[in-house]
Design a protein. Structure first.
Length: 327
């Protein structure tokens, strides 16, 4: 996970208490300092050192998706919970209760949030830093756009790499022998691994990743070192449920993202989508997926649609790219 931002914003964070640090074409972001700033209710105008271009009254927040529906927001929640818990993974109900108010504020204070990470990233590309100066995205989204012809990524658009950061891992659950073969191909086939990198995804082929970075003159860290693991599914679910309850307490259910049109989702198409499931934990066991059943049953169409948007499209693009190369 990374935070998409703008060079003036990044430099402002560098100048004010070293919240960010400039690296070789990208920035690292001290999540402890940033979250502390957010907790105080600070506004961008409160950053007084070298603030010549963004002295606005907007609250300092990270724009995310709806944590009740989106994996990227759940990863932001997992990361924030680790930092606010004294750089330790949250492991108990007591710790969840202690952190609830601060974690809820990170999302409720954003107001309306979308269910897919594509929407805030598209806003980032089109609307400029006035709409959202800090946007939580998948690194692959930025890389894929930066490497395209006529890329919408401008020199002012930069990535902030949280320290610590967190990987979002996608699991493929094979329901048939052909599904197992697909999983083996995606993880072992060298050509598919290269295509995955071309769509912005990191994998074991670090040599080709560096070649790809050099070819497109991308300013990225070749490796990420300060990486944490999310809490268990049960703990993460409790934190999400607490936030969900706070949303429900607001008049009119303020901030509730709209679900996609259920009529537009073909059940047969969903079953044939290679059973790709976006994982909110580092390694989901079968028992974990059973535990998820109650939550998924309440909004299965929304969740599956979000998964397809975040993961299925990438798999389809990789397979399409391989097919084009062969034909």
């Amino acid at each position: 996970m990374v935070i998409a931002s703008w060079q003036p914003i990044a430099e402002l964070l560098v100048a004010n208490d070293g919240i960010a640090t400039k690296q070789n074409g990208y920035y690292t972001l001290d999540m402890g300092k940033l979250l502390q700033l957010i907790q105080t209710g600070a506004r961008w105008r409160d950053l007084t050192v070298a603030n010549t271009g963004y002295a606005v009254n907007k609250s300092i927040l990270v724009t995310s998706t709806d944590v009740r529906k989106s994996n990227s927001a759940a990863m932001y929640l997992a990361l924030a919970s680790y930092v606010l818990n004294g750089n330790s993974i949250v492991q108990s109900d007591e710790e969840v209760a202690k952190l609830s108010a601060d974690l809820e504020a990170l999302f409720l204070e954003q107001g309306f949030t979308e269910y897919s990470s594509e929407v805030p990233f598209e806003d980032y590309l089109v609307m400029g830093m006035g709409k959202a100066p800090l946007v939580m995205i998948y690194e692959a989204q930025f890389i894929a756009q930066a490497a395209t012809a006529n890329s919408p990524i401008t020199p002012e658009m930069v990535l902030l790499y949280p320290q610590p950061t967190i990987y979002t891992k996608h699991n493929l659950v094979a329901l048939t022998p052909n599904g197992e073969k697909l999983g083996e191909l995606l993880t072992m086939n060298e050509e598919l691994q290269k295509l995955a990198i071309e769509y912005g995804l990191r994998n074991r082929n670090t040599v080709y990743l560096q070649e790809f970075i050099d070819k497109h003159q991308l300013q990225l860290p070749p490796t990420l070192i300060d990486v944490i693991e999310p809490p268990s599914y049960e703990i993460l679910e409790k934190m999400i449920t607490n936030i969900e309850q706070r949303y429900a307490e607001q008049p009119g259910g303020a901030g509730v993202a709209q679900a996609p049109d259920q009529a537009a989702v073909d059940p047969d198409a969903l079953r044939s989508a290679s059973s790709v499931v976006s994982s909110v934990t580092s390694a989901a066991s079968l028992s974990t997926w059973n535990n998820m059943a109650d939550r998924i049953s309440n909004n299965v169409v929304t969740i599956v649609a979000s998964v397809i948007a975040a993961v299925g499209a990438v798999v389809a693009a990789i397979i399409s790219g391989l097919w084009n190369k062969r034909t």
